[in-house]
Write a protein that binds this ligand. Structure first.
Ligand code: AMP
Ligand code: TRP
Length: 347
């Protein structure tokens, strides 16, 4: 854990993160993001949104989007985010995100966005057919974070570049408008073995909801049998597990499975290796399958239970919207004042 996560974190610390309602969540989302959401909620004020404005940068079926949003909220709660401690809400219901994003669109430079690797990956061969929203996606992400002046953002490693951009936008805004320290320079919370979980079929590809092979990932809603089977079928090599991390690094699939074991157990990869060094996958995989079923199975069950009562999820989301707006409203008002916009006379 970094200094950022120590109990001595400053009182003004605030956490913001989000997940897109654009498909079923998997073990990578759980270990890269949700586990950290839960760990932070006792130490800092936390806001966790379902980023539906981001989701529509690619086509989303209007008839399904609200249900997908509830599903992500259910995943947060089932993973252990407590609505009594953390603020859970849908991004689009807090209009301050979009308002600040526009101002940030005028702060961020084209050259900065041109460097974003996620846009290049997502737009693929046909950049000109991507939505303009996909291009400015990271600017909206910066607004999500800074509209709460969040100091810490728990995410997987793939979000590192977006968080660097967030800092650049904060810094340029503060400079341009003569407001040193107005927006904080946010710290990513990325470290740990869960930050980059790879496909179960290919140790060089990220575990992803868009991978056409369902066997490449463990979904949070998979049954216990399916989870165990996917782990048993995971690609490996014939060698026993090595003694050292250096040797493990040369074997991407083995490295990934040891990383999953470590992340699920809350230990380091080195500690996981010390338990299994010299043993083959015949011994390691059943232990990993049992552990994954024990951790992920109950989350899926709890998600199904929560989704059986959408009205309860809606109450959580509505309460979250109100709390989030109470924080975001004054920040946007002050931002508009700094930019020099006309404001209504106060009486
Ligand atoms: P997304 O599903 O892309 O909206 O991602 C939601 C969160 O999960 C973000 O914090 C991502 O960085 C994280 N994440 C997605 N895929 C992985 C992965 N394979 N390993 C670790 N974290 C991931
Ligand atoms: N871009 C993030 C992802 O794909 C989702 C996201 C949107 C986010 N806004 C955010 C994450 C703000 C952290 C903070 O995973």
């Amino acid at each position: 854990m970094t200094e950022a996560l120590s109990p001595a974190a400053p009182a003004a610390s605030r956490v913001l993160s989000g997940v897109q309602p654009s498909g079923a969540l998997h073990l990578g989302n759980y270990l890269g993001a949700l586990v950290k959401f839960v760990a932070l909620q006792d130490r800092m004020q936390c806001l966790y949104c379902v980023v539906d404005l981001h989701a529509i940068t690619a086509w989303q079926d209007p008839a399904a989007l609200a249900a997908q949003t509830r599903e992500i909220a259910a995943a947060y709660i089932a993973a252990g985010v407590d609505p009594a401690k953390a603020i859970i809400f849908p991004q689009s219901a807090v209009r301050e995100h979009a308002e600040l994003a526009w101002i940030f669109n005028c702060v961020a430079r084209l050259g900065w966005l041109d460097r974003m690797t996620q846009f290049k990956e997502k737009s693929g061969q046909h950049k000109e057919r991507s939505s303009v929203g996909l291009y400015t996606y990271p600017v909206l992400q910066a607004a999500d974070i800074l509209v709460y002046k969040a100091t810490h953002v728990p995410v997987g490693e793939d979000q590192k570049q977006h968080l660097e951009l967030t800092r650049d936008i904060a810094q340029k805004f503060n400079n341009d408008f003569g407001a040193p320290g107005f927006f904080p320079l946010t710290e990513p919370v990325i470290e740990g073995p869960g930050a980059r979980i790879m496909s179960l079929r290919d140790g060089s590809a990220k575990m992803s909801k868009s991978d056409p092979s369902d066997n490449s990932r463990v979904n949070l809603l998979d049954s216990a049998d399916t989870i165990a089977q996917k782990i048993r079928k995971a690609k490996t090599d014939p060698e026993p597990l090595p003694e050292t991390l250096d040797e493990l690094k040369l074997r991407p699939e083995a490295d990934n499975l040891v990383g999953v074991y470590a992340a699920l157990s809350g230990i380091s990869k080195a500690q996981a290796l010390s338990q299994f060094a010299g043993q083959g996958f015949g011994a390691f995989k059943p232990a990993l399958a049992d552990l994954t079923v024990a951790r992920v199975g109950p989350i899926g069950d709890e998600m199904r239970r929560l989704l059986g009562d959408p009205a309860e999820i809606d109450r959580v989301l509505q309460a979250g919207v109100e709390k989030a707006r109470a924080v975001a409203g004054p920040v946007v008002a002050e931002t508009k004042r700094l930019v020099g916009f006309w404001t209504p006379p106060t009486r």
